[in-house]
Write a protein that binds this ligand. Structure first.
Ligand code: GUN
Length: 296
């Protein structure tokens, strides 16, 4: 391996420590405790793990955590009523509805019922529009985490050629928008892109968010490029379950200049950025200055 390892676990710990410092100041100087409400509908095992981790880390930085676990058969009207209550609750500064929702619930309708100022996922159409027009918004957590690591590694991203593989609303599209806002030349590629390898080889910054295990190999990486692997895929290898990214790490690390591992790369940054967004939402709600370096 020749590439520098970008340590997301260590970076996330730094972000959480920074958030924790601001939370302590909010408490001691203003008597304000930032609060995050997480809503989980149903019993999807992966979602349960995420929600538990979110709750723990929220408390660790000194914030208030409100968990709402609803039955998988919850009626849409009941979920919307809960969100209405949380929107009006002054102790709640951030609201996150864990996705995916059970099929009988309309995710777009549910997400768009969250007060945009409390939408710490940045999925509400108002926040998507604000980000798309370069205005102050809530920024989706995973792309924000990737951006923080890229800015830390490169300093300015201006003029760099960025290729984002994946076009999801959660990662691919907002990631491309953030890179464009930082003056990269951005291409969004996906599973139907022709000559995907050729497109990837153009990238100074290659962000992999397609959800296909080890699809991007070293042959697709420009020498010296920075590779950010958003993928978290469970595969069976030699009779064991293994966690791998969308990038074939061993081959890519021989060619790249810097690379994030899986696990320990982008993953830990997502919750750290959720806490950062909750802090930002709390400061905005109280007319206080936003912490620097924790937003886009
Ligand atoms: N499910 C997987 N990732 C996410 C996320 O970032 N936010 C929410 N709300 N649900 C998710």
């Amino acid at each position: 391996m020749t590439a520098t390892l970008i340590d997301g676990k260590a970076f996330a710990a730094k972000v959480r420590a920074e958030v924790g410092k601001h939370v302590a100041t909010l408490k001691s100087e203003h008597g304000i405790v930032p609060g995050l409400a997480v809503v989980l509908v149903g019993e999807d095992p992966a979602s349960q793990v995420y929600v538990r981790n979110k709750g723990q880390q929220t408390l660790e930085v000194g914030m208030a955590s409100f968990e709402h676990k609803l039955d998988a058969s919850t009626a849409e009207a009941d979920l919307l009523a809960l969100i209405k209550t949380l929107n009006a609750d002054p102790k709640v500064h951030g609201i996150l509805v864990q996705l995916p929702l059970p099929k009988h619930l309309n995710s777009d309708l549910v997400i768009n019922s969250i007060d945009p100022a409390k939408d710490v996922d940045g999925f509400h159409i108002s926040n998507v529009g604000l980000l798309g027009t370069g205005q102050k918004s809530m920024v989706p957590c995973t792309p924000l985490g990737c951006l923080m690591m890229l800015r830390d590694h490169h300093g300015s991203l201006a003029g760099l050629e960025a290729v984002v593989v994946g076009r999801s609303n959660i990662v691919g599209k907002p990631m491309a928008q953030l890179l464009l806002n930082d003056s990269c030349t951005v291409t969004i590629a996906h599973s139907r892109t022709k000559d995907l390898g050729e497109v990837c080889r153009r990238a100074d910054i290659l962000v992999a968010a397609v959800g296909r295990p080890e699809m991007i190999t070293g042959e697709w990486v420009k020498p010296g490029a920075t590779v950010i692997d958003v993928g978290i895929n469970r595969i069976d290898r030699d009779g064991k379950t293994k966690l791998v990214g969308d990038v074939h790490f061993e081959s890519a690390a021989k060619i790249a200049g810097a690379i994030t591992p899986v696990p320990g790369g982008v993953g830990p940054m997502t919750i750290a950025c959720l806490l950062a967004n909750t802090l930002t939402a709390c400061c905005r709600a109280n007319g206080l200055p936003e912490p620097k370096g924790l937003t886009a």
